[in-house]
Design a binder for this molecule. Structure first.
Ligand SMILES: [Zn+2]
Length: 345
C-alpha cells in the first residue's frame, strides 16, 4: 500500500469507556475521529483517499480508523463500534456499497472487509443520511422529531428524519431531490437527465450558468475577478464574489438558484411536514449569497402558497451546526444508534 501522510489534530481527551469511531469517506479525503456519546470528537485524522483500487481505498479507511484511535490516546478496547458515511448507494443491512461514482466502487462488501481487518463492529450508510443523523442527534436538529436535512454543495440531496428515525425508503435514497427535474429542457445533469435541481442550483451549476452567460457576450465583473485571481476555471465562489460586488449577471444567477432551492424546500415541507429544515453541505455558510437568495426565494413561495407559510417559517429553516465535524459526528451517530439497537453500548 502507498504510504500516506495523515494530518492529525488532537481534540479534548476523552475518558469514557464507550467510544466509537466516525469516518467520513469522501472522493478526495477520508476524515476520521473518536467520538463519545455526547458527540465530542478527539483524534481527528485526515488522509487522502487512495482510489487506485478497491483494496487500496479500504486499506486507507482502515488506516484512518487506526490512526484516529492512536491520535485520541485511548486504549482500543474502549472503542465499541465504527460508523462510516459513504458517498453512494449503500445497503446497510448487507454492509455493501452498491455504487459509488466518487470512489469508483460497485458492490463492495465494506462492512465484512473492515470487520475482518479491525475486529470491530462496523456500520455503513450513505454520507448524506449520516450527516442528517448527526444534525438530528447532536446538531441544530437535536430534539426535533421530524426534520429534513438538505445538503448543498457540489451535489444536492435531502434526507428526512421521521419520528426520530432516518427514513431510508427502499434503496436508502429517499429525499434525492437533487435529481428531480425542475426544468425539462434545462442543462444536462451528471445523472443523465435534463434540468435536475442539481444541474440548476448546485455549486458547479452556478459556475456553468455563469460561463454560458459570459460566452453569450453578457458583461460581468466575473472576467475581471478571474484575471485578478489568475484562475482559468470559473467556480461558484467567483459567482458569489461578483454578486457581493453587485454584479447584475451573478445576482441574477443566484436569484434563480435561490428560487429553485426555495421551491425544493417547499416540496420537502409538503412531502415530509418537518418541524425544521436544516441546510448543510459545503455551500451552507452563514451570510453566503446563495443562502441569502434561498431565503428570498422562501419569502416568495411563502407569499404565493399560504399552506406552505402555515407549515414552515423562515425561523424553521436553519443552517447545520456541526460544520467541519459533520461527517465524523454523523458517522459516529450511526454507529452509536446501531450499537444501542444491538445493546452493546
Ligand atoms: Zn440529475
Amino acid at each position: 500500500m502507498r504510504m500516506q501522510r495523515a494530518e492529525q489534530t488532537t481534540g479534548a481527551h476523552i475518558e469514557e469507556d464507550n467510544l466509537v469511531v466516525g469516518v467520513d469517506v469522501g472522493g478526495t479525503k477520508i476524515a476520521a475521529g473518536v467520538v463519545n456519546a455526547q458527540g465530542q470528537v478527539s483524534g481527528r485524522i485526515k488522509l487522502p483517499t487512495d482510489t487506485s483500487s478497491v483494496e487500496h481505498t479500504l486499506q486507507a479507511i482502515a488506516l484512518s480508523i487506526r490512526s484516529a484511535i492512536q491520535a485520541a490516546h485511548v486504549p482500543s478496547q474502549r472503542i465499541k463500534a465504527v460508523g462510516l458515511g459513504i458517498p453512494g448507494i449503500v445497503d446497510p443491512a448487507q454492509g455493501v456499497c452498491q455504487l459509488s461514482v466518487n470512489l469508483g466502487w460497485q458492490h463492495v462488501a465494506v462492512k465484512a472487509w473492515l470487520e475482518r481487518e479491525l475486529q470491530l463492529p462496523c456500520f455503513i450508510e450513505n454520507d448524506v443520511s449520516v450527516a442528517a443523523l448527526g444534525e438530528g442527534l447532536y446538531g441544530v436538529g437535536k430534539g426535533q422529531e421530524n426534520a429534513v436535512y438538505l445538503s448543498l454543495g457540489t451535489g444536492i440531496a435531502a434526507r428526512a428524519i421521521i419520528h426520530g428515525r432516518l427514513y431510508r425508503g427502499a434503496h436508502g435514497m429517499a429525499g434525492e431531490i437533487g435529481h428531480t427535474v425542475f426544468a425539462p429542457s434545462g442543462p444536462l445533469c451528471r445523472c443523465g437527465a435534463r434540468g435536475c435541481l442539481e444541474a440548476l442550483a448546485a455549486g458547479p451549476a452556478l459556475a456553468r450558468n455563469a460561463e454560458d452567460k459570459l460566452q453569450r457576450g453578457e458583461s460581468s465583473l466575473l472576467e475581471g475577478i478571474m484575471q485578478e485571481q489568475a484562475v482559468a476555471d470559473l467556480r461558484a465562489e467567483h459567482v458569489f464574489e461578483a454578486a457581493a460586488r453587485d454584479d447584475a449577471l451573478a445576482g441574477q444567477i443566484l436569484r434563480e438558484a435561490g428560487q429553485h432551492l426555495a421551491y425544493s424546500i417547499y416540496l420537502l415541507a409538503m412531502i415530509f411536514d418537518p418541524q425544521m429544515v436544516v441546510i448543510g453541505g459545503g455551500l451552507a455558510v452563514e451570510g453566503s449569497p446563495l443562502i441569502g437568495a434561498t431565503r428570498t426565494g422562501l419569502t416568495h413561495w411563502m407569499k404565493q402558497a399560504p399552506v406552505f407559510r402555515e407549515m414552515l417559517s423562515q425561523d424553521a429553516v436553519r443552517l447545520a451546526s456541526l460544520q467541519g465535524d459533520a461527517g465524523i459526528v454523523g458517522a459516529a451517530a450511526l454507529a452509536i444508534a446501531e450499537a444501542r439497537t444491538r445493546s452493546f453500548l
